[in-house]
Write a protein that binds this ligand. Structure first.
Ligand SMILES: Cc1cc2nc3c(=O)[nH]c(=O)nc-3n(C[C@H](O)[C@H](O)[C@H](O)COP(=O)(O)OP(=O)(O)OC[C@H]3O[C@@H](n4cnc5c(N)ncnc54)[C@H](O)[C@@H]3O)c2cc1C
Length: 439
């Protein structure tokens, strides 16, 4: 078996679907064969978000007789790419919300509680209720947690008031963020836009929020009353140098200032002041609006399991997997997929789209006593909104090479309406098709 995913054909198929060519999905699922493998294997999937749900839907089609258990304490499934749109007043709060169980296929058991502990030596998972599940194969797909407590002076109950936004925290917080952001757009003042020093999901989202508020202020005719500053711990504005340069040019054009190598440490909501750590000590900045994105880490149960990298991302705890097979480097019956996987790129739903078939191939091959060279190449995609109605469709791999799905048709570094459509209109149906295992 050999499936090097994603390949050019596969990417076009995915984005072709995103553009509305849904019939392509019926032509065959990437990396899937039709033959089912008979097995009594016990497979536990931790997390029913983008990655866990997609994998569950695909595995039931590949395996006959497997006992598949999905563990997730959240009743709601969140379509997180929608949060950026909710926080800009472009979509209502319920745009991103559905029920976790409505996406899961017949033939899997949902345990509606979180994993409390994982013991990879004993091959068991303890649930919060005290129940213990044993497994033959484990897939960690828990996503990540937002460490809001790491920002002194900040708490989630502040979001929406006194110029504080935090759109990552969920659909309700995204809606509350819009409440604070729209006041800032109306009244002007100092806007501060931050991002954390850790790895994060959708690293383009902090930029999107900045660009969208800049554009909305221009459209409202109030932009000259405000001053925008993007303050980030990194040295550059994006991890891919050519994209960073493009963002730098757009920031210059739009008079968005920067404070690079500044890490948000604390806020003083009463005084409307934020304190940043820098190499030369702390820097204080006044704000009328601040957007907080906190450090991001693997959930505690994962961090305590012994499955994390010991010598990389030690404060974050991402699972120690091979970056191509997504198989654990010390426990071959364990995989990690999605945001929790300790790989150098990814952490987008588009990455999930290409990671899941790789995990599926390895898992099914292992059960069948076979091998596969299915490989994830780091594909990550970010429809970077630069204004309402315009976006850049940025796609790249582990090598930071741009890997456009439509070379010659959709230029990655141009602000295009078609790329906006991908994000605003087509991405959600595509995401939903992915969840069902059909894209
Ligand atoms: C603001 C924002 C904008 C984004 N924009 C885009 C975009 O434009 N394009 C794109 O491709 N991606 C985007 N993303 C990223 C994308 O949403 C994530 O990368 C994707 O959801 C990752 O899937 P996942 O399954 O790993 O995690 P999630 O979808 O977060 O699911 C994780 C699941 O695990 C569960 N869980 C947590 N802890 C436990 C536990 N202990 N036991 C069991 N279950 C547990 C959770 O309840 C959750 O259901 C965006 C994200 C955000 C926040």
């Amino acid at each position: 078996m050999s499936h090097d995913l994603p390949n050019d054909t596969g990417r076009r198929r995915f984005l072709g679907l995103a553009a509305g060519a849904g019939a392509l999905a019926a032509a065959g699922l990437p990396g899937q064969s039709n033959a089912q493998v008979a097995t009594k294997a016990k497979i536990v999937i931790l997390g029913a978000g983008a990655a866990g749900t997609t994998l569950a839907n695909r595995l039931v089609q590949r395996l006959d007789g497997a006992q598949i258990t999905v563990v997730d304490g959240s009743k709601q499934h969140w379509y997180q790419p929608g949060f950026s749109l909710i926080a800009a007043g472009l979509k209502p709060q319920d745009y991103s919300v559905s029920r976790t169980d409505e996406w899961l296929p017949a033939g899997v058991t949902l345990k509606p509680e979180n994993a409390a502990a994982i013991d990879p030596e004993a091959r068991t998972v303890d649930l919060q209720s005290g129940e213990t599940l044993s497994y033959d194969y484990l897939v960690v797909a828990t996503g990540l947690v937002l460490d809001h407590d790491a920002i002194d002076g900040f708490s989630l109950d502040m979001v929406g008031e006194n110029g504080i936004g935090a759109l990552y925290a969920g659909p309700d917080y995204a809606a509350r963020t819009w409440k604070a952001a729209s006041k800032f757009i109306d009244e002007g003042g100092d806007g501060l836009f931050t991002r954390p020093a850790t790895e994060m999901k959708c690293a383009g989202a902090p930029l999107k929020h900045t660009f969208l508020l800049d554009d909305l202020a221009r459209k409202a005719g109030t932009r000259d009353k405000s001053h925008f500053t993007y303050a980030a711990p990194q040295q550059s504005l994006f991890g891919v140098p050519i994209v960073a340069e493009k963002v730098r040019m757009l920031f210059d054009q739009r008079k968005i200032g920067t404070g690079m190598q500044e890490t948000l440490k604390s806020i003083e909501p009463g005084a409307k002041r934020a304190v940043f750590d820098t190499a030369d000590g702390t820097v204080e900045r006044a704000y009328d609006y601040i957007h907080v994105i906190p450090p991001q880490r693997a959930p505690e149960a994962v961090r305590q399991s012994g499955l994390s990298w010991a010598d990389k991302w030690v404060d974050q705890g991402w699972v120690e997997v091979d970056k191509h097979s997504l198989r654990h480097r010390r426990y071959p019956e364990v995989f990690a997929v999605g945001d929790v996987a300790g790989v150098p790129k990814g952490k987008t739903a588009a990455s999930v789209k290409w990671q899941v078939p790789v995990v599926e191939e390895h898992l099914v091959a292992q059960i069948a006593g076979d091998t596969t060279d299915a490989s994830y190449n780091g594909y990550t995609s970010c429809p970077m909104i630069t204004q309402v109605g315009r976006a850049m469709l940025i796609e790249f791999d582990y090598n930071n090479d741009l890997v456009p799905s439509f070379p010659g048709i959709i230029a990655p570094l141009q602000e295009l309406w078609i790329s906006w459509l991908m994000k605003e209109v087509a991405l959600k149906p595509t995401y939903n098709a992915m969840l069902r295992g059909k894209a």
